[in-house]
Design a protein around this ligand. Sequence first.
Ligand code: ATP
Length: 247
Amino acid sequence: MNPVMLNVNGIEVIYNHVILVLKGVSLQVPQGAVVALLGGNGAGKTTTLRAISNLLEGERGAVTKGGIELAGERTERLDTAAMVQRGVVQVMEGRHCFAHLSIEENLLTGAYTRRDGKAAVAATLEKVYHYFPRLKTRRSSQAAYTSGGEQQMCAIGRALMANPRMVLLDEPSMGLAPQIVEEVFEIVKDLNTKEGTTFLLAEQNTHMALRYADHGYILENGRVVMEGSAAALRDNEDVREFYLGMG
Ligand code: ATP
C-alpha cells in the first residue's frame, strides 16, 4: 500500500465550547487513494472534513483532542490557507459557485494562491477542461444559469485549479440526478487514476461511493463504527442492510 498521506488520530471536535460532535475519530488516507467517509445525516462527516482543512473556527468549532498529520507534519494548528499551500483543498457541500461569475471566472478563482505564473495556470485550466468537457462548453456561461451537475463540476474544477495533492469532497452527489452523480464520480476516478490525485469524500450515497472508493469508513454519531476496503464493506451484511438497503 502507498504511504499514508493523511493521518487523523483520535480527534475530538467541540462546537460552541459545549457540543461534542466528534468523539475520537481516526482515519488514514494513503497517497493516491480514494477514501469514502460514509454515514447518515449528522454523523460528523462534514465536521471531519472541516477539521482536516482547519475550517472549524468560522463555525465556532475546535479540535480539542487528538491530532492530524499530513505527510508526517502536524497540521491541526495551521490555518486553511496553509493547508491549501500544502496541497489540501476542500470542495464544500452545496457547491458554492459564484453565481454572478462565468464558469471560467469561477475556475480561475481557484488559482489565486498559486505563484507559478500565468502559463502554468492556463495549462491547469486546459487540464480541467480536458476532464470536464461540459465546463469547456459552458465556459462563458454565468454559473447561476448552469445546471446543478455543472455547478458541482465547476466546484471540483475550481479546487483542481489550486493544483492539489488531495481533494476533500463533501457530498458531491447532493441534489443531483443518479446519471449526473455517476458522471461526476467517473471523472473523480479518472483524475485519481491518471493524475494521481488523492480524494477523501464524504457521502450519504453509500452505494455510489463504494463503487468508486478503494476504502471506506462509516461514521455514526461522531465515531467510526466500521472500516474496510470498499469491496469488504459492500459485502458486509450490516452495511448491506443499513446503508445499501439490501437487508
Ligand atoms: P450532513 O450530511 O447532514 O452534513 P454530517 O455527517 O456531515 O451530516 P455534520 O455536518 O458534521 O454531519 O454534523 C454533525 C453534528 O454536528 C450534527 O449534530 C450537527 O447538528 C452538529 N453541527 C454541525 N455544525 C455545527 C455548528 N456549526 N455548530 C453546532 N453544531 C454543529
